[in-house]
Design a protein around this ligand. Structure first.
Ligand code: NDP
Length: 240
């Protein structure tokens, strides 16, 4: 029987590429989204994947969403990909900008892991794949909220990996560098040119390249890998 994969923010950008890749890998994929109906419509039409709207920052909405997709089967693979930015230097950052990013980029991962982990443990199988960021590893001006949330995901991953290891649940985190999606296209052109100049491979990454990392972590070849941080950033920030 095909395993079920839930991809949050799975209808656009990196998430859509992950949805497509996992569907091609043979998973039954449920793609979650926040409110962009056009992208969700195209995703379900073009990929033949079921799309579900809920706010991943809202615990009760996550519970209702998981209940809805249970008709596909229990969640075996959870890809926590949904994320937002609300950039400002700290001396200008509002509490709202802080709260929104922590809620969507970090608390959401607690919500969805908490709601699926017991089932994974009972079935002795699970794959949790968290999408962090290069800016969670190295920090970034204008992003104390985002860098804190994304760094939080790395610690979360390392702790949950230890809890799940004996139960067949692997937990890993991917740190993409700058990937050519709407999130990055929103960066002013001059700033983006400056960023690309610091990437040794000389270009932005492709969503499909992150989807390939997810495919590996969701598949059998990574069964011995847990608590790992997979860096995919074109050499922009090289860590040990
Ligand atoms: P996009 O902005 O292109 O897409 C974001 C996706 O997340 C959309 O599907 C959006 O839904 C969904 N989403 C946002 N908020 C919520 C919410 N509250 N509940 C449910 N879904 C939500 O982002 P990217 O594809 O660029 O980024 C994907 C992930 O990769 C993020 O976690 C991001 O931080 C991370 N990342 C991205 C990098 C990049 O260079 N692009 C670099 C490093 C990390 P909807 O379409 O309905 O709005």
């Amino acid at each position: 029987m095909a395993k079920v994969a839930l991809v949050t923010g799975g209808t656009r950008g990196i998430g859509r590429a992950i949805t497509e890749r996992l569907a091609n890998d043979g998973f039954k994929v449920a793609a979650n989204y926040a409110g962009n109906e056009e992208a969700a419509g195209l995703c379900s039409q073009e990929l033949g994947v079921a799309c579900y709207k809920w706010d991943v920052g809202d615990y009760d909405a996550c519970a209702a969403g998981i209940a809805q997709i249970s008709k596909l089967g229990p969640v075996d693979v959870l890809v926590n990909n949904a994320g937002i930015t609300r950039d400002a230097t700290l001396h200008r950052m509002t509490r709202q900008q802080w709260d929104e990013v922590i809620r969507t980029d970090l608390t959401a991962v607690f919500n969805l892991c908490r709601l699926t982990i017991e089932g994974m443990r009972e079935r002795n199988f699970g794959r949790v794949i968290n999408i962090s960021s290069i800016n969670g590893q190295k920090g970034q001006v204008g992003q104390v909220n985002y860098s804190a949330a994304k760094a939080g995901l790395i610690g979360f991953t390392k702790a949950l990996a230890q809890e799940g290891a004996k139960k067949g649940v692997t937990v890993n985190v991917i740190c993409p560098g700058y990937i050519d999606t709407e999130m990055v296209q929103a960066v002013p052109e001059k700033v983006l040119e400056g960023i690309v100049a610091t990437i040794p491979v000389g270009r932005l990454g492709k969503a499909e390249e992150i989807a390939g990392c997810v495919s590996f972590l969701a598949g059998p070849d990574s069964a011995f890998m847990t608590g790992a941080t997979l860096t995919a950033n074109g050499g922009q920030y090289i860590t040990g």
